[in-house]
Design a protein around this ligand. Structure first.
Ligand SMILES: [Zn+2]
Length: 169
């Protein structure tokens, strides 16, 4: 898009914000020629970046895929559908808010793992093993060791960190 003051095409995003109903993204931009600032509004579908897969192929960001991956990881775990939905929404929002037009699929995977890590360790390891497709068993064991060590260090905070709604629903 062009600068409304000098018609220059180049600009950079200085701030991005999602509207309360998560349908619009408001970006503050700074013109790289005249340095003046202006605001643009984009619909979220347009704002969501393209996902770049490991083999270089690109596909549109798909919330349903994240939900499916989460459901698989959380099968028979005490994680409610509400929690899964909340994680998917939070990742969708993060992706829409960032200014890059493309995002690597493993960045999304890392974001999902980060959320699962806080909620359910078994689901986390399940998701990680599929998503990262660990090169070998050593790598997988290393990940498990890290988890076990973290648990030993902070058993109390982990227990109290669980949300009420996540259990037994
Ligand atoms: Zn300008």
């Amino acid at each position: 898009m062009r600068c409304p003051f000098c018609r220059h095409r180049g600009n950079r995003v200085v701030d991005s914000r999602l509207s309360n109903d998560a349908t619009l993204i408001r970006r503050r931009r700074a013109c790289s020629a005249c340095k003046r600032r202006f605001t643009t509004y984009e619909r979220v579908e347009e704002a969501a970046p393209m996902v770049v897969k490991k083999d270089g192929r690109r596909e549109p960001f798909d919330r349903a895929k994240i939900v499916a991956g989460l459901k698989r990881a959380c099968e028979k775990r005490p994680v409610s559908m509400e929690t899964i939905d909340r994680i998917a929404s939070s990742i969708e929002t993060t992706m829409a808010e960032q200014s890059d037009r493309e995002v690597a699929s493993n960045a999304i995977g890392a974001a999902v793992m980060n959320e699962l890590h806080k909620i359910d360790q078994v689901a986390y390891v399940r998701f990680a093993s599929v998503y990262r497709s660990f090169k070998d068993i050593d790598e997988f064991m290393h990940e498990l060791e890290d988890l076990i060590n973290q648990r030993k260090q902070a058993p109390a905070s982990r227990a109290s960190g669980a949300k009420k709604g996540d259990v037994g629903s």
